[in-house]
Design a protein around this ligand. Structure first.
Ligand code: SAH
Ligand code: MG
Length: 217
């Protein structure tokens, strides 16, 4: 395992915008994500893609990393929230419900966050279900960050849909990897184990964030 290359740090104003944004990523994991995205984008010159935009917290870092490498960040979400974010569930935020429609809508908060960060121009938001967009996708990606739905169906769908678009030297990042079931759901962990079994090597571990690279062998 080597994290020597993953050392880029975001500008203070980017970090401040990240910390200001609504979302689920602690700072140490965000720094690791940023460093991975800078490296992947610089190495490949290709866009970086996130599954799970939510309110744009991690997308701010991906966009800033894309700027560093002269590329763009793509972020996929239907913006209706995951299972555990629905009313009555543990991660529900009632301020994110569209009162007219009566459903979650994280798109407005995402747009405000990217605007406030001054990074709107560097992000392309893909609004829809991850497997549907993945099935239409036809371009190589420098980094795939899986942080969408946490059921096996969704996490596996994200892996199977997007990893085929990852460039050979690209990086795969998985969030919410909890080897101990007491710490959280196991679907992202199972995706991580599958990636290791299918030829990815671990580059870095930060909290529940795993950075992986396809093995050269
Ligand atoms: N990356 C965010 C957190 C993402 S939360 C942060 O840094 O804070 C997970 C998001 O995945 C939710 O917004 C949910 O709407 C989205 N999601 C879940 N399943 C999805 C699917 N199948 N397709 C698209 N988006 C999905
Ligand atoms: Mg997450």
């Amino acid at each position: 395992m080597s994290d020597l290359l993953l050392s880029a740090e975001p500008a203070p104003e980017v970090l401040a915008a990240f910390e200001e944004a609504t979302g689920f990523m602690p700072v140490d994991e965000g720094l690791a994500l940023y460093a991975a995205a800078v490296e992947a984008a610089r190495t490949t010159g290709l866009p970086v893609l996130e599954i799970g935009t939510y309110c744009g917290r991690s997308a701010i870092l991906l966009a800033a990393a894309a700027v560093e490498a002269g590329t763009v960040a793509l972020t996929v979400d239907h913006h209706r929230g995951s299972e555990e974010q629905q009313p009555g569930w543990e991660y529900h935020d009632p301020t994110l419900v569209d009162p007219e429609v009566g459903l979650m809508d994280t798109l407005p908060r995402f747009r405000r966050a990217l605007h406030a960060a001054g990074l709107e121009e560097h992000v392309v938001a893909l609004v829809g279900r991850s497997p549907r967009i993945a099935a239409l996708w036809g371009r190589p990606l420098g980094l795939v960050f899986i942080d969408g739905g946490h059921t096996d169906e969704h996490a596996t769908g994200d892996y199977e849909g997007w990893v085929p678009h990852l460039a050979p030297e690209g990086l795969l990042v998985v969030h919410d990897v909890f080897p101990d079931p007491a710490d959280g759901g196991q679907a992202p962990y199972r995706v991580y184990l599958r990636a290791l079994a299918e030829g990815f090597e671990e580059v870095s571990v930060t909290g529940s964030l795993r950075v992986l690279r396809r093995s050269a062998r």
